[in-house]
Ligand binder design. Structure first.
Ligand code: ZN
Length: 345
């Protein structure tokens, strides 16, 4: 059913249903080229352009029993964040991956409005965040089987998030920084099964190497290739050999805490990947933003542009070629978020 037909026949009766994509259709059979799913609909990987792979529009840390749209004013959030996203566009950024999960301030309506207002393509996600000692994990996740949990995320992919037609562009889960807890392990396993059904890439808030490599073991048990997986916040691991090990196994290593004061370290890390022939496994971003729900005016905001204005020139000065910069900012994100199952069996 096309959108016009949908609106004419039943859309209005559904009241609050937000039609953002304008191209709503059931997920296509995956026989064609892989695609990227933005909040306003699918695009080809070649349309992704310069991409920030880990940022946040809004975050609400209040906890799973408290969060919800009643806690903020959508107009205020959009007006607060819009100039920061416009700066991304001005700096040559075309796509923005919003990594705020459900129960932490994910709001597809806000993301749609921001994308439409700025022209920046935005990806949102499905999955649960088990870092911060599970205070953002809903009660049903404890009772659910692994498959039931995966099924909830697959349902968002198939029919849209909540009352909207916005579909997730990736799976985002979180684990704590020590050895994987039972809940962490369940989330990783459920993400693997949801990946198998949807082809959505699995980004995992992780940090140090220990839980990262434990996740790779779970992926192996589930028959999922490491190239379907992103080690988020890998900069929190100080041993670069561990980064390179994960990349050699095929995983995506996300160095996503860039600020100008980290330039020397980021140049060193990028150089290490380049010299090891692993530049095609690396993702860069700031983990910046965001409108903090519960703080007056959304609190202080960290902008999304230092990567373009500070890191890229520093990389060029260190001898990183234009082709390598393009690989980091354009080709790697397109490959990382292109939707297709990556399975070993
Ligand atoms: Zn983040």
């Amino acid at each position: 059913m096309d959108r016009r037909h949908f609106l004419a026949t039943g859309g209005a009766a559904l009241g609050g249903l937000a039609l953002c994509s304008g191209s709503w259709a059931a997920p296509a059979p995956r026989t064609e080229e892989p695609e990227i799913m933005t909040v306003t609909g699918p695009i080809a990987p070649s349309e992704m352009g310069r991409t920030l792979t880990h940022e946040h529009v809004m975050v609400d840390f209040a906890g799973v029993d408290v969060v919800g749209a009643h806690r903020y004013d959508r107009d205020e959030v959009v007006e607060t964040v819009r100039p920061h996203l416009a700066e991304v566009a001005d700096a040559g950024g075309r796509t923005f991956v919003d990594c705020t999960p459900a129960y932490l301030g994910r709001d597809p309506r806000v993301l749609c409005r921001l994308s439409q207002a700025t022209g920046v393509q935005i990806l949102t996600n499905t999955g649960y965040y088990g870092a911060r000692d599970d205070q953002h994990i809903p009660q049903h996740a404890y009772a659910d089987s692994v498959d039931a949990l995966a099924g909830r995320w697959v349902a968002e992919w198939e029919t849209g998030i909540g009352e909207t037609d916005v579909r997730p562009g990736f799976l985002k889960i979180g684990v704590d920084s020590g050895s994987l807890s039972d809940m962490d392990r369940k989330l990783v396993r459920a993400a693997c099964r949801a990946h198998r059904q949807t082809g959505l890439t699995i980004a995992v808030h992780t940090g140090p190497a220990q839980p990262a490599f434990e996740q790779l073991d779970v992926l192996a048990e589930e028959g999922i290739e490491p190239r379907a997986w992103i080690w988020v916040h890998a900069q929190n691991e100080t041993d670069t050999t561990r980064h390179l090990d994960a990349a050699r196994r095929g995983g995506w290593v996300s160095l996503d805490g860039y600020e100008p004061e980290h330039t020397e370290r980021y140049v060193r890390l990028v150089t290490a990947f380049r010299e090891s022939g692993l530049l095609d496994r690396l993702l860069l971003s700031h983990d910046n933003g965001w409108y903090s729900v519960g703080e007056p005016g959304g609190g202080s905001f960290a902008s999304y542009t230092a990567l373009f204005t500070d890191l890229i020139p520093a990389l060029r000065d260190a001898g990183v070629s234009e082709a390598d910069v393009r690989q980091l900012l354009v080709e790697n994100p397109a490959d990382a978020f292109a939707i297709r199952p990556r399975t070993t069996r």
